[in-house]
Design a protein around this ligand. Sequence first.
Ligand SMILES: CC(C)(COP(=O)(O)OP(=O)(O)OC[C@H]1O[C@@H](n2cnc3c(N)ncnc32)[C@H](O)[C@@H]1OP(=O)(O)O)[C@@H](O)C(=O)NCCC(=O)NCCS
Length: 144
Amino acid sequence: MPPVPIRPLTPADHDLLDAAVRLFRDVEVADHTPFLADPATIALVALDDGGAVVGWAWGLRQRHAAGYSQVQLYEIGVDGGSRRRGVGRALLTAFRDLARAEGHRRMWLFTDEGNTAAKALYESEGGEPSPHDDAGYWWQLTPA
Ligand SMILES: CC(C)(COP(=O)(O)OP(=O)(O)OC[C@H]1O[C@@H](n2cnc3c(N)ncnc32)[C@H](O)[C@@H]1OP(=O)(O)O)[C@@H](O)C(=O)NCCC(=O)NCCS
């Protein structure tokens, strides 16, 4: 069981996405519909007991030129007061499980070379450092 509920966002989840964007990006977006309705979008939020957003992870379904599909985890974040309680791990694994269930061959992401927290999380969940990028990680989800 994840430490908090992890909720995949649907095109109807304008308010949850809005709360996450305000919390983690500090911006106002007039209309979240183009993002939420895009078939490429994958977006998850972590909710506390009161239903408030305390974490998010979002990314993209992609076609690879080599003939398969993959997902990029573009951003993952947990609110400062909710870190080190397993929320980031729950978001990462839920994102990976969803990608695997959809049949994508790989999940990949970039992080910053100095982001020790993120790198420790990715490595503890089987992420393999990319041979191409110093701070990239990838997961094989289905046989090549
Ligand atoms: C990276 C981040 C998402 C981790 O979220 P979290 O909820 O604190 O992570 P978890 O509690 O699930 O921790 C899972 C594992 O990650 C590693 N980890 C998390 N925070 C860490 C830290 N500050 N230092 C070292 N390792 C850390 C540990 O291996 C941890 O397992 P453990 O608690 O059993 O030791 C969070 O620190 C964050 O939002 N950072 C700012 C945004 C960011 O940098 N995102 C990644 C961009 S690529």
